[in-house]
Design a protein around this ligand. Structure first.
Ligand code: AMP
Ligand code: MG
Length: 312
């Protein structure tokens, strides 16, 4: 997935050193295997994954896909509806267009944007339990905004199965924690400053996931301007305005997808966030940053953010 990860396992208390080492080793090994399995199924950076092969396949016939890929596609379609179309894994044609623009340094012509936008649609995909049928030759999907979250959830499940008492899975800064730390205190999450390298806030969390999307870490530069790697499916152009979107959710798949969606929707998107999620957006330009968060986030964060902050 082009990123690094960190795994922490807390063994059950009072089992003795030998058992301790055994559980920890097994939990780490199986969590890593779970992460690699998801990558091998869903990455579009690897040509041989089932998803990459589906993207190259001709239209008209059901293309068999592993159950986990179909599951993530189903959840993606649900999240497409829940986010008013902002989270859209069918926008791979637009993603490829803007990646090529980033490489060449030239903005794509409006006709090319219109064409890629027309090709990016759920209407030309049929999901079945064992595969997907595309009804247009250009249809292809990109799970880059959600597969990492799914992988984190799978790694946590593997740790639990192996007998871990608690643990943390961090893939490129997207995190899920469960159970106890040895100290009994909750896990602590740090929010990174989107305009620098520092930390702008911390909050404790006992159980759940925290994922962040932003344009400050991964972006393209075209004609001297920075463009986000997140596409606004409504305009067919890179999303603008949100420096970082951080979402706290019970599971990482949901947090990952909503963080991407809120990077597109901006402030207005906070009204659509389901009640069991919390979110904070950092908006504006360096030197003029401000934060907007869900009302519940106020009780989560330890100290005030260093920016003017509103809650809604
Ligand atoms: P994330 O870092 O989780 O926000 O994911 C960003 C990645 O998701 C991009 O690099 C694309 O692969 C993909 N992506 C871009 N725009 C969208 C979108 N509007 N909906 C879903 N996935 C997207
Ligand atoms: Mg995401």
């Amino acid at each position: 997935m082009g990123t690094s990860c960190r795994l922490v396992v807390v063994p059950p208390p009072g089992v003795g050193r030998e058992q301790d080492a055994r559980v920890t080793h097994q939990a780490l090994t199986e969590a890593e295997a779970a992460l690699r399995r998801v990558e091998a199924q869903m990455s579009t950076w690897i040509d041989a994954t089932p998803l990459s092969r589906f993207n190259r396949a001709p239209p008209g016939e059901r293309f068999p896909l592993p159950a986990p890929v179909v599951h993530v596609l189903r959840r993606s379609r649900e999240l497409h509806a829940a986010t008013d179309g902002a989270f859209d894994v069918t926008c791979r044609p637009l993603i490829e267009l803007w990646r090529a623009a980033g490489k060449s340094g030239q903005l794509p012509p409006p006709t090319a944007i219109a064409k890629a936008r027309a090709a990016s649609s759920w209407n030309v995909l049929d999901l079945a339990d064992d595969g997907v049928t595309k009804h247009a030759p250009g249809a292809r999907v990109d799970l880059g905004g959600i597969a990492k979250g799914y992988a984190i959830d799978q790694a946590v499940a593997a740790m639990r199965r192996a007998g871990a008492h608690g643990g943390l899975v961090d893939v490129g800064g997207d995190v899920r924690v469960f159970g106890q730390q040895p100290s009994q205190s909750p896990w602590e999450i740090q929010l990174r400053d989107p305009s620098g390298t520092g930390v702008i806030g911390t909050f404790p969390i006992r159980e759940g996931a925290v994922c962040t999307s932003g344009d400050y870490f991964r972006f393209a530069e075209i004609a001297g301007q920075r463009y986000s790697h997140i596409i606004d499916p409504r305009s067919g152009r890179p999303a603008r305005g949100v420096r970082s979107a951080t979402v706290v959710a019970p599971d990482a798949l949901t947090a990952d997808a909503w963080a991407t969606a809120l990077s597109v929707l901006g402030e207005a998107g906070l009204d659509r966030v389901p009640p069991d999620l919390e979110a904070v957006l950092i908006l504006g330009r360096k030197g003029h940053l401000r934060a907007v968060a869900t009302a519940g986030f106020r009780h989560l964060i330890r100290d005030d953010l260093p920016y003017p902050t509103t809650f809604r």
